[in-house]
Design a protein around this ligand. Structure first.
Ligand code: SF4
Length: 308
């Protein structure tokens, strides 16, 4: 599941990019592509999401992303010959039922009086079905046998930094060549935003290289909204440099945690941020630094917090 290339709120991401996923709770502080992107976008946003764990509104676009990811994951549970467009459409209703059961909040998005209730549920489900259908114009799933789906990949770097993330799909050829695939329910980013979109994929490539000793042959972002794909082939030197970038981001996060100083970094992306009410850039006051929650999450170096 993953981040939309342009927004902190990720309106169209799948589960990899869910703002804070309890199932992905680290055993100790770790860095994921989404959280690294948060910090780069706005350190205060990182704090609100990762340390304060402030609730965020669910959007229909984000839930649709989760639903489409679930359908594509289940599609690959079928025998290869049965992975047809019709079979995929039949997976929509049960996947939607499962989603609502796992998180009753998603059903509330369609309750009478809900903010976005203008679009009927049927139309929303049909839009998810259209994205699933478009997938078949991009790939023939009968010809693909993934090694992993929604697969956790993680590694601890020599300096102790734990990197974790969930790969939508991992394909490994008989030759050992690796392809990392990520589904996006949004449209292909403009060229200026391609680097942001690839940040997440390079993260996965780095983890896989460190774990398996193989540099992925291809990183593939599939944009189901317009049926386009962005592919990239990293090399080893690039992954070494990317590792240094992540270490620098982590060092900055550790510094911010040790001082409690997470600065807001306002940008046009604030339009998607759920935390304007507690953001100094919008006249708000952040809640007290959650030192106890941070300690419970395994942060060793914390700022001294004055108590009443
Ligand atoms: S509203 Fe505040 S916390 Fe949210 S992204 Fe903008 S600057 Fe950061």
């Amino acid at each position: 599941m993953a981040q939309d290339s342009t927004s902190p709120g990720s309106p169209t991401d799948g589960p990899t990019d869910a703002p804070v996923d309890a199932t992905a709770a680290p055993r100790r502080p770790s860095l994921s592509p989404s959280r690294a992107a948060d910090f780069k976008t706005c350190p205060l946003l990182y704090r609100f999401r990762t340390l304060d764990r402030l609730p965020e509104r669910k959007s229909r676009a984000a839930v649709r992303g989760t639903l489409v990811h679930a359908v594509l994951e289940k599609l690959y549970e079928l025998p290869a010959a049965e992975r047809t467009p019709a079979a995929a459409q039949q997976l929509l209703a049960p996947a939607w039922a499962e989603l609502q059961e796992a998180d009753p909040e998603v059903a509330e998005l369609f309750a009478a009086g809900a903010e976005e209730a203008a679009e009927p549920l049927d139309a929303w489900l049909a839009s998810a079905g259209a994205l699933v259908e478009r997938y078949f114009s991009m790939e023939d799933p009968r010809r693909i046998q993934p090694e992993g789906r929604e697969q956790l990949v993680e590694v601890t770097l020599p300096d102790g930094l734990l990197l974790r993330g969930f790969v939508d799909r991992l394909d490994v050829a008989p030759s050992g060549a690796i392809r990392v695939v990520d589904y996006k329910t949004g449209a292909t980013p403009r060229e200026a935003f391609e680097a942001k979109a690839l940040f997440q994929m390079k993260f996965y490539a780095l983890v896989l290289w460190r774990v398996r000793g193989v540099v992925a042959s291809q990183l593939k972002l599939m944009y189901l909204s317009d049926g386009d794909a962005l592919t990239y082939s990293p090399d080893e030197g690039e992954l070494v440099r990317f590792e240094r970038t992540l270490q620098a981001i982590w060092a900055a996060i550790e510094r911010a945690v040790s001082t409690g100083d997470f600065r807001p970094s306002p940008s046009r992306l604030c339009s998607w941020c759920d935390h304007q009410a507690v953001c100094p850039s919008f006249g708000g006051t952040p809640p007290p630094f959650p030192a106890e929650a941070a300690a419970a999450a395994g942060w060793a170096t914390l700022p001294v917090v004055e108590r009443d």
